[in-house]
Design a protein around this ligand. Sequence first.
Ligand code: SF4
Ligand code: SF4
Length: 458
Amino acid sequence: MNNNKCGCEEDNLDKKTEEKIKEDNKCDCGCDNESPEDNHYAAETEDCGCGENSAKHEEDTGCGCGEEHDESHEEGGCCGDIEIPDLSRVENPVNPKFLAEPNFFKEIEEYAHSLGISNIGYTLLTSDLLIKDQFIQYPFTIVLTMEMDNEILETPPGDDAKDLNDTAYVRAFILTTKISDYIRKEGYGTEIADPMKSKVNLSLLGQKAGLGHIGDSGLLITPELGPRLKVSAIFVSIANLPIKENNEHAWIPEYCEICGKCVKACPENALVEVDSCCGSEVEIVKKNCIGCNQGCTYCIEACPFEEKGYEHVKNKFDKINAKLKEKQAKYFDVKLWNKWVIENTELFKDLVNDFTMAIAVADNENMLQIIRVDNDLKVDLKPIDELETCNADLLFVMDEKTVEELFKDFTTDKFAELLSSKEIDVYGLNDQLELKTKGYIAFLNKLGISQGDGSCCG
Ligand code: SF4
Ligand code: SF4
C-alpha cells in the first residue's frame, strides 16, 4: 500500500490527473476550442463558439448537468459538467469484509489527513438523503470534508472561478478515490459518491455524520473550514462504523436566523427569504444559483463562519443567547408568577387536583406551567418543547408587554381585561368534555369566557 506521507510524487500525479480529466472534458463537438471564452467553462452559454450547437451544449443549463434539481447548490447534488472516470487502482474485493477493528478507523483517518482531508465522519445512508433513484450497495457511509482554496474566493464569478471550482471537485474526487482504494486493499467493499454528480445529498450526509450543520446558504458549515469546503462520501461494506448520534453544531441555523448575510450577498436572488409557518425561512432557488456554472462564492465570502471562524461565531452566539435568557428570565420570574397565582387563588378554586395550565410568552424558549398538587398551586418553568408533553389543559399566550402589564396589576379583573382585549390568547388543549369535568367552565366564566364560544377551546 502506498501510504505516502510527504505526498510530493502523489501530488504531481494528482495534478496530472486533474489536468487530464479537465482536458478530456473539453468541447466534444470537434471544434478543438481551447480559449477560455470559447470552451465549455464559458458561463451560461449553450454555444461553445465553434458555430455548432452540439447536443451536449443544449443540455447545459442551470448547474451544468442538464438536469433539474431542487437540492441546495454546490454540495447538494450535481454541480458541474465534468465527467470523471473511475480512477480506482484497486478492484472491489469479491467477498468483502463487513467488520473492522476499531484501530482501522484511526488508520483511515490518519491516511485521509495525510492526503489533506480536513475531517471524517460516519453515518448511515437513509432514503431521505437520496437525490436520484439509483442503487447504492452499502448504507454504511464515510463522509469527507476538504478545503476549497482561498483563490476561488478571490476570483470573481466567471470562467476562471468556474475552472477553480471544477478543479476543487476533481481534487475531491481524486482524494476520495485514494481513500476508497486504501479501504478496498484492506478487504472491504466501497462505492464512491461523485462529489460533482452525487446520487445523494452530500451536505446532508455531512450534517448527519456530525461534521457540521447546513446554514441558510444551503452549504455545510464545519468548525474547521466554515462553508469553504467540498464534501464527498464513500459507501463501504463496514457495518460497525463509529457513528455518532448527536450533532453539536445544531445551533448554526439559529445563528443564521439573526445573520442573513449570505442572502444579502447573493447577486442572483438564489437565496430568498420567504414567509413560513414560524416567521421566515431562506429558500434556495437552484436555477438562479451560479455557484456551479460560474464558480460564484459570494455567499461563502459573506458568511461570518468564513470571515471570523467558527469559534468566534460560537462565542458571539453564546453571548447573544445569554442576554436573551436574561431577558426571558425577567418575564418568567417564577417568584412573580407565584405571587400572581396566590393573589388569584379564588380563580383556580373550582378546578380539580392535577389541572394543568401553560403560559407562553411570544418568542420565548420557556413556558410556565401552573398545576395543583395536593391542593397546593405550583408554578414551574419548563422548556417550550415540553408543551406537547406537559398535558396542559389550557394554554395562555401573551407578549412581553402584556406580562409587564400583568405584573403591575395582579388582579383577576386585569387578567380578564387583557383576555377580552385579545392581549392574551387562550387555547384549549384538551377536549371539551375533559375541560368540563376538570371544572374549567366556572374558571372560564370568571374570566368572562364561555367554553366553546369561539374565544376559547372551540
Ligand atoms: S451567492 Fe452565488 S453561489 Fe451563493 S447562492 Fe448566490 S448565486 Fe449561488
Ligand atoms: S451567512 Fe449567515 S445566514 Fe448565511 S449561512 Fe452563514 S451564518 Fe448562516
